[in-house]
Design a protein around this ligand. Structure first.
Ligand SMILES: [Zn+2]
Length: 130
């Protein structure tokens, strides 16, 4: 879709702090993280929401979520990795992968814009563990 920010990130037209990708999916750091290391994974092709994805793609995306969770946890030292599927802001399927240290942290009211340098450093640390 022409005006979809996640389609533009998926095809590289909009830059992101990319952690991982394959032919169908891309994972990158959220620029408004709840905690450092807050990651988004999206299908590169436009799909309105995760439950509209085919079974194979849905399973493949969650396999990628699992693959990313260990490196994100190691790089951030977080006690847990939380997931959120919500999709109120961008109508393109995405899963939030959020490092957590305490119960109750998984709230977008805690999200703050990250400094570009901090995103780069966090991205470098996570990619090191992938
Ligand atoms: Zn899209």
């Amino acid at each position: 879709m022409d005006n979809c920010i996640f389609c533009k990130i998926g095809n590289g037209a909009v830059p992101s702090e990319k952690l991982w990708e394959d032919d169908k999916f891309i994972a990158f750091l959220d620029i408004n993280p709840i905690n450092p290391g807050h990651t988004l994974i999206i299908p590169k092709g436009h799909v309105e929401n995760v439950f509209a994805m085919g079974e194979g793609d849905y399973a493949a995306m969650f396999a990628a979520v699992k693959k990313l969770s260990g490196p994100i946890q190691k790089a951030t030292g977080a006690r847990r990795i939380g997931l959120v599927i919500e999709g109120f802001l961008v109508p393109h399927a995405h899963v939030h992968i959020v490092p957590l240290n305490h119960g109750g942290e998984l709230s977008f009211s805690r999200a703050k814009k990250a400094e570009p340098g901090d995103l780069m450093e966090t991205g470098r640390r996570i990619r090191h563990h992938l």
